[in-house]
Ligand binder design. Structure first.
Ligand code: ISL
Length: 566
């Protein structure tokens, strides 16, 4: 077996809080996940990526970790974890852990020790700096740099006791670790080795391209509202490649086994991604880039959504396909726990719900790269439909609400932005069945179940061969059965067509052609598939597709077709 087994694998992301509750506290847990492995095995996924389950105050739903080697009691304990790992392995599925090491929780013992005194041996494990000269300590503008935090406000918090600030690129409960300090790096590698020794199959590395800051720390370009943009000063910083290479050496080298590593990298460019994923350089197997999911952000940022520009989306995805064609590897995703639901975002969840969910799945899964499915995406789950700020839970959404209010953005515009883009859209409980809490819990769910679970649920779809999840299952099976899906070359077709997403994959004598109408109007794809057989079609078994003529395929609203020719 070659060691790039993940090229023909499909990964399924579990967000444990919202997947399945086993004890009635309204929050999902490890035993709950174990009880739902049947669904994942039925789908045919190869790998499960678990969002964080470690001990955490849950300020950012577990992306703020206070003990990397303990399970948060909300989710269970290490025994439950081992049971889940054993059960997944017994069914031939791997488990990849979330690795959140750009920052810890402010309640992690490392940070408590670092904060305790300026002379603490762990002081330098985090980024401590005195107030800006000439400013009253703690006053506005006294922060050591002007950087805005991802979750709004300055990215420095003042510690009264020592009179210094610490850096937090995200929330103030998420202080950044200082990767310049070799002790920090060794502590992280030791922890990773501990998990691998326990049997886990790899890591999804949270914001791993933010760990190397440009020194000395300095101001970024001013932004509206008084703060500055530090991003270019810490994204893909000077020692990023060195650190990842070192991590690979200290953690993976010499180990027997088949692992998967994927680096989450906001702002990563194609050129950098080639370096990060070139197997010769031994850094990571693949990265999550963000260009295609930032495509609908407006002048005010993510909460200012714009209509989808399909030509632009295709040009972004096509560019990633060509850039990583020879060296490196792509990951493919529409959804995760930070993104709205794709059927509501780029599809049509009102008039063409099933067809649009399937068409979007087809154009993603049949590209070259490793596809990631976010829980519920395979059911065509929709956005949450919240209308009041009280319904939101996510710290990013709440921070943005306050910030946009201060900027005097009209309240309707803010609420529309949240409804379209909030991370909570992805975090409502998985819809297993039509019962009151969708089979997720017997208690009160921590975030409300979406009302459409009465008809949109896994149980109903398991019984229907034309369901959205049956279509995902077929796509996964195709990746496993047809080498052209995993290994074929990629050629974008009709790049300027504003309705049709079409491409061709080729491997030896096999040609696979994908044509999907990503619009609610009829379309014609001017693509030649004369000799190909129709392999997959998204309109259900009752629909008889028009025959493809010479050089053109007629496509109804949101119709997707896949042809194969050998
Ligand atoms: O969701 C985002 C804002 O629109 C992203 O900027 C997100 O914060 C970024 O992709 C980093 O995400 C990861 O790290 C965060 C955590 O909140 C996210 O859930 C995680 O995926 C901090 O750990």
């Amino acid at each position: 077996m070659s060691d790039d087994w993940w090229k023909s694998a499909v990964v399924y992301q579990v967000y444990p809080r919202s997947f399945q509750d086993s004890d009635g506290d309204g929050i999902g847990d490890l035993a709950g996940i174990r009880s739902r492995l049947d669904h994942l095995e039925w789908l045919g996924v190869d790998v499960i990526w678990l969002s964080p389950i470690y001990a955490s105050p849950q300020a950012d739903n577990g992306y703020d970790i206070s003990d990397y080697q303990a399970i948060d009691p909300t989710f269970g304990d290490l025994e439950d974890f081992d049971a889940l790992l054993t059960a997944a392995h017994a069914r031939g599925m791997k488990i990849v852990m979330d690795l959140v090491v750009n920052h810890t929780s402010d309640e992690h013992p490392w940070f408590l020790e670092s904060r305790a005194s300026k002379r603490s041996p762990k002081r330098d494990w985090y980024w401590w700096r005195p107030p800006r000269p000439g400013f009253e300590p703690g006053a506005t503008g006294a922060e050591p740099t002007n950087w805005r935090a991802f979750f709004s406000g300055p990215s420095w918090a003042f510690d009264e006791e020592s009179g210094e600030y610490y850096l937090h690129l995200f929330h103030q409960k998420q202080p950044d670790l200082n990767w310049e300090n070799p002790e920090v790096r060794q502590a992280v590698y030791a922890m990773m080795n501990w998990w691998l020794d326990r049997g886990v199959d790899g890591f999804r590395m949270d914001v791993i391209n933010l760990i190397s800051k440009t020194l000395p720390l300095r101001d970024g370009e001013p932004l509206a509202g008084g703060l500055g943009n530090g991003f270019p000063l810490y994204a893909c910083g000077p020692r990023n490649h060195e650190f990842l290479h070192e991590m690979h050496r200290e953690v993976f080298e010499g180990r027997e086994g088949r692992f998967l590593t994927v680096g989450e990298m906001p702002g990563v460019t194609v050129d950098d991604a080639v370096l990060f994923t070139d197997p010769e350089r031994r850094e990571v197997d693949m990265v999550f880039q963000f260009e295609h999911v930032d495509v609908d952000h407006g002048p005010l940022g993510k909460f200012d959504p714009q209509p989808l520009d399909l030509v632009r989306l295709k040009s972004i995805l096509g560019r990633w396909q060509s850039a990583l064609a020879e060296r490196g590897w792509n990951s493919l995703y529409w959804d995760n726990h930070d993104q709205p639901r794709v059927v509501s975002r780029f599809g049509d969840d009102r008039d063409h719900w099933a067809a649009s969910a399937k068409a979007l799945a087809a154009v993603l899964h049949l590209q070259r790269g490793t596809p990631y499915i976010y829980q519920g995406e395979e059911l065509g789950m929709t956005n949450a439909g919240f209308t009041s700020i009280d319904e939101y839970h996510d710290i990013e959404s709440l921070g943005a609400y306050d910030e946009l209010r201060e900027m005097d953005v009209p309240i309707e515009r803010i609420m529309d932005g949240l409804a379209a883009q909030s991370r909570d859209n992805a975090r409502t409980p998985v819809q297993w069945d039509a019962s009151p809490h969708a089979g997720f819990t017997t208690g009160t769910p921590w975030l409300p179940v979406t009302a459409n679970h009465t008809w949109l649920n896994a149980e109903a779809q398991r019984a229907d061969p034309d369901s959205v999840s049956a279509f995902y299952r077929a796509l996964i099976a195709l990746r496993h059965s047809e080498d052209v899906v995993a290994h074929g070359t990629f050629e974008m077709l009709l790049p300027e067509d504003p309705q049709v997403f079409a491409f061709r994959r080729t491997l030896d004598g096999t040609v696979m052609t994908v044509a999907a109408n990503l619009s609610g109007d009829d379309a014609v794809a001017r693509v030649d598939v004369a000799q190909g057989a129709l392999l997959l079609h998204n309109l259900g078994s009752d629909a008889t597709p028009y025959p493809a003529g010479a050089g053109e395929i007629p496509l109804g609203p949101w119709e997707a077709r896949v042809y194969l020719h050998r």
